[in-house]
Write a protein that binds this ligand. Sequence first.
Ligand code: AMP
Ligand code: SF4
Length: 461
Amino acid sequence: MTLINDRKLNEECGIFGVFGVHDASSLTYYGLHALQHRGQEGCGITCFDNRELNRIKGEGLVTEVFNEKNLATLHGDMAIGHVLYSADCNRKLDNVQPFIFTHSTGDFTLAHNGSLVNSTQLKKYLEDKGSLFHSTSDSEILAHLIKKDNDSRDRLFHIIDALNMMEGAFAFVVMTASKIYAIRDKHGLRPLSLGKLNGGYVVSSETCAFDATGVEFIRDVEPGEIVVIDKDGLTSVDYSKFKRYNMCAMEYIYFARPDSDIEGTNVHSFRKETGKLLAQEAPVDADIVIGVPDSSLSAAVGYSEASGIPYEKGLIKNKYVGRTFIQPSQALREKGVKMKLSAVRSIVNGKRVALIDDSIVRGTTVQRIVGMLKQFGAKEVHLRIASPEMTHPCFYGVETTNGDELISARLKDIEKIKENIGADSLAFLSVESLYKAGNRSELCVACFTGKYPTPLYKNQQ
Ligand code: AMP
Ligand code: SF4
């Protein structure tokens, strides 16, 4: 496979929407705050105040973009919001969502998570028809496709037509003056859940944002489903008869918060189960089990429980390393200035460590961690990874580098990877165990197997 070299903006991102709840912008603010782990580059909220759509958006964290004063200017009981994870540093503000579009049949606003595999083709088609794009985001494609036929049919039919032209991974919230549409792609790649509060409705990328805002979970939006929320309640429409449940495995492994439930499985429980299965598949003689904070801690607990090796907090994360933290120079790093993670000398000194990490992408993070544990006196470091070897790029919006930077694709041999990282032994979880951990028959595991659940286009092959 030729790997892509024209990688565009990748959007893991988080979306949130509120219909029929007093002070919808405040609720959206707290929802986005709970989804902050899904994107720290930018965020925004659009509200409808019975007259017009009003929006505030900016680069940075939710707490940096919003304050009591500007939030108080967003009135109304309908709102949508977005947190952006962007690999495109050049046009960041242009890509911060929600986007607002004006149209003869009424303005609308939308926010999205995911990535289309046919965006190049759709953009060309739309530009040939006269559309002008303001961002590099796939969200605009949906908007232009919705607007392309200027006939008098209900907007829902334009949305259905548009979605049927789009291929890939996406979750959308679209808001008009009277409705919110919550949409998931027909392959089921990206998560989106539905909840209720005080007679109104809420949608969110993850259920952790419901728990944080007192919202009662109703159900997940189904693959290929459009949930229309308006004053009459909920209506469900399938935009496609094709329906699969290929949820992104990386949502469970790394991306989602452990307190979220995705399609009925709690993320912490999934990770703990991968740790248990890993202990069965790749046992090791060690004195302690250590997880890399934060995303590997659940798997480390599982590994410890299944192996009987005590779990220890051998690595501590400094929670105050934010986006704007000034990274120490190479010279200071060599002198021992640690950034995000520190090893606990009294715990690791003289020990044989089973180190659990959720995944290896480039291999640079774990190489540094293994080096640090050894520097602090660990006798042996046995690396156990709670996911399979990542060998292929993701075309569905998860930034996993452009393929040739993946250490498993580059070195191709576990022994070589082990040596490169400096570990005493190395093992990965099997693909079968990923399915088993979530008790699932379908799951996207394409970055581990190269078997993509959607068709791919010329620029991806
Ligand atoms: P590295 O191997 O140095 O590229 O970093 C791998 C670590 O980054 C993993 O242990 C995860 O905790 C985390 N990670 C995995 N996938 C991603 C991703 N798509 N974006 C950012 N971090 C990730
Ligand atoms: Fe997730 Fe990997 Fe599938 Fe991308 S290829 S959607 S990262 S499982």
